[in-house]
Write a protein that binds this ligand. Structure first.
Ligand code: GLU
Length: 288
């Protein structure tokens, strides 16, 4: 039942990796300048350790249970660490929320961020991005009986999202007649939806599908299934760490070729029955 429902939710989505995220320069060698000793390549070599910023409350993507983190982003983080020569025991997972990802990278509280993190020009002013390793799209989660069919039906409705996220910003700029309520994490929005305090939750389809499939919400919610943005997920790191960024893209290329990207999917989000998206390595960032 649970698997079938999640598969149905996924089935309604279009997530083809067809959109060029940021230029698609395919030069991607692990050379490059600008990292110096402070870059992730040097740090990983020297310390054999890496601190990775991830989400803690997004089922299927980044979920903390006790001291364990699971999900697709976690598996991608492990792949990157391994490619940098860092064993799983050398990884420190650090919980991030949407709004503190750039500051955590800038202040060195994390080495990289793998946290449903959309690559965009505004964020690229502050941080660099490897990837994209997945393309999501903004969607809506609503009660099963809701008549909301898309973002144009949000006028006068209470819609919940997360501060510092691209979906919250899009509601503010493109759907001004909606009443936006912001929390620091999506699970708080989902609790508000379950309690009837808001009419909809908006963020990436893949995140919403994870909440809809949770046992405690069985039969309560539906994902509308008409994505209205493109959210290419990147791996954030320090802005000047060009060599680190190129290395991340090289690791992703290798993971696409040797099946480990597909395995990361199959072990997590793929359990819903949805096939892994193709990692289109021609669309990786140029790291500049
Ligand atoms: N991908 C979007 C973003 O980076 C929404 C998901 C999130 O907030 O993590 O803002």
């Amino acid at each position: 039942m649970r698997i079938t429902r999640l598969a149905a939710v996924f089935g309604a989505m279009t997530m083809a990796l067809t959109v060029a995220a940021c230029g698609g320069d395919d030069s991607g060698s692990s050379g490059g300048s600008g990292s110096g000793a402070s870059g992730i390549v040097g740090k990983a070599e020297k310390d054999k350790k890496l601190t990775i910023g991830v989400k803690a409350d997004q089922p299927g993507l980044g979920l903390q249970t006790g001291s364990t983190y699971t999900g697709f982003d976690i598996e991608i983080g492990k792949l990157i660490a391994k490619g940098l020569g860092v064993e799983e025991s050398g990884i420190t997972w650090k919980t991030t929320v949407s709004a503190n990802r750039e500051p955590y990278i800038q202040q060195g509280q994390v080495d990289i961020v793998v946290a449903t993190y959309t690559i965009n020009d505004e964020r690229k002013q502050k941080v660099n991005f490897g990837g994209p390793y997945y393309i999501a799209g903004q969607d809506l989660l609503v009660p099963t009986a809701s008549t909301i069919t898309g973002p144009d039906a949000l006028a006068g409705k209470k819609v919940c999202s997360v501060s510092g996220s691209t979906p919250a910003k899009r509601i503010q700029t493109d759907y001004k007649s909606a009443q936006l309520q912001q929390f620091d994490s999506y699970s708080k929005c989902v609790t508000a939806l379950a309690g009837g305090q808001v009419d909809a939750v908006t963020t990436d389809d893949i995140i919403l599908a994870g909440y809809a499939a949770q046992e405690q919400y069985a039969g309560k919610f539906k994902v509308v299934g008409k994505p209205f943005s493109t959210e290419p997920y990147g791996i954030g790191l320090k802005k000047d760490d060009t060599a680190g960024c190129n290395k991340i893209n090289d690791i992703l290329k290798a993971a696409a070729a040797d099946g480990s990207y597909k395995k990361a999917w199959d072990d997590t989000l793929g359990k819903s029955g949805k096939a892994a998206a193709d990692l289109d390595v021609s669309k990786l960032t140029n790291c500049s």
